[in-house]
Design a protein around this ligand. Structure first.
Ligand code: HEM
Length: 149
């Protein structure tokens, strides 16, 4: 097995944990939490998911940047949109930066003082991060097609 294939397998595992975990939260858990104002239910999920979710995101960044380097897209070509691979890598990095912004906001501002009145704000964070994760999966699937556009 080559290095790129090994990185891709790790990247797909990380994607399964990050996107799968957030889809379960957003579709399977959040509706009932909002209906019942069940702050404890949401915090319980977060407590169980965070120790595997955050390492999965770190795996995505390390393996993603490494695979991008193998495609010849290094930091000097990040946020350049001149060719399909540059566009795909830059789109991933932009989605990642927005995701990190939401994750930090949830972790340090929303969750510490989560109460029934602020559950809709937390729901907005969950749905946004889930949508960003699905978009990163879709952009990721474009690499095998040569990149974006
Ligand atoms: C939560 C974050 C992420 C998710 C869910 C995700 C998901 C995916 C998926 C599903 C693929 C398709 C693999 C395939 O075609 O079999 C992929 C490919 C790829 N991703 Fe990500 N990704 C994430 C973050 C990143 C980041 C931050 C980068 C850095 C630039 C990145 C760079 C790549 C590259 C270069 C490929 C192409 C690999 C190949 O086809 O050989 N990804 N990603």
């Amino acid at each position: 097995m080559g290095l790129h294939h090994f990185l891709l397998i790790l990247h797909l595992l990380g994607a399964a944990v990050w996107v799968g975990g957030h889809l379960v939260l957003a579709i399977g858990i959040l509706p009932e939490v909002l209906r019942k104002h069940d702050v404890a239910g949401l915090l319980n999920f977060e407590r169980k998911y965070e120790p595997i979710g955050m390492p999965a995101l770190i795996v995505q960044v390390i393996t993603g940047v490494w695979m991008a380097l193998q495609f010849g897209i290094g930091p000097n070509r990040w946020f350049h949109f001149a060719d399909p691979l540059e566009r795909a890598v830059s789109a991933k990095l932009l989605l990642l930066l927005i995701t990190v912004g939401f994750a930090l906001s949830a972790r340090f501002f929303v969750i510490p003082k989560l109460r029934p009145q602020t559950l809709p704000l937390m729901a907005f964070h969950v749905i946004s991060v889930t949508t960003l994760g699905v978009l990163m999966l879709i952009v990721g699937s474009l690499f095998r097609l040569g990149g974006m556009g």
